[in-house]
Design a protein around this ligand. Structure first.
Ligand code: PNS
Length: 164
């Protein structure tokens, strides 16, 4: 069985992530979407909330499963015997860092990285931009699945309330 992992913060998952996950699911027998816990990054949603949201928007892909991991991505890959990481590349600005990560992951545990070009419609999209636009009341319905919009709005409202 050919398996791959699509890793990320997914805070929250966007149509850009979904596009990569959907395309990866047509290439592999199983795709694990792994929510990586980054202790240095403040997230809007908890890991469990992110897992729930990803599960909700990937139900139509039966070979997609969702998991989380705190630690090195390559250790997740080794522990779960997944030989391939799938990443989306949006633009050349992504390239330097992604190349470094793919090289260190190859050296650390011999895990390969497969880059897929992001669909042009999503090339500017990131979870950070979505949060910024939504926090000012902007329309993010073209960027995030409809079922997540209310949760995003509510969480941002709670957070803005806390900041004041
Ligand atoms: O969605 P993101 O935040 O761009 O995803 C980045 C992520 C989580 C895939 C990356 O930071 C990662 O793999 N983190 C786990 C720690 C790790 O293995 N780092 C690479 C080697 S130093």
């Amino acid at each position: 069985m050919k398996r791959a992992v699509c890793p990320g913060s997914f805070d929250p998952i966007t149509f850009g992530h979904l596009d990569i996950i959907a395309r990866a699911s047509s290439l592999f027998d199983e795709v694990v979407v792994a929510v990586l816990v980054n202790r240095t990054k403040k997230s809007l949603f908890t890991v469990d909330e992110r897992i729930d949201m990803i599960r909700e928007v990937t139900t139509k892909y039966p070979n997609v499963v969702v998991d989380s991991w705190s630690g090195l991505l390559v250790d997740y890959c080794k522990t779960n015997q997944i030989p391939i990481i799938v990443k989306g590349l949006r633009a050349v600005t992504d390239f330097d860092y992604e190349l470094q990560m793919s090289q260190i992951n190859l050296q650390l545990q011999n895990v390969e990285t497969l880059f897929m070009s992001t669909a042009p419609a999503h090339s500017f999209l990131s979870s950070s931009l979505v949060k910024e636009v939504a926090s000012y009341g902007g329309d993010v319905s073209s960027y995030v699945p409809a079922v997540l919009l209310e949760r995003l709005k509510a969480r941002l409202a709670e957070n803005i309330g806390l900041d004041n």
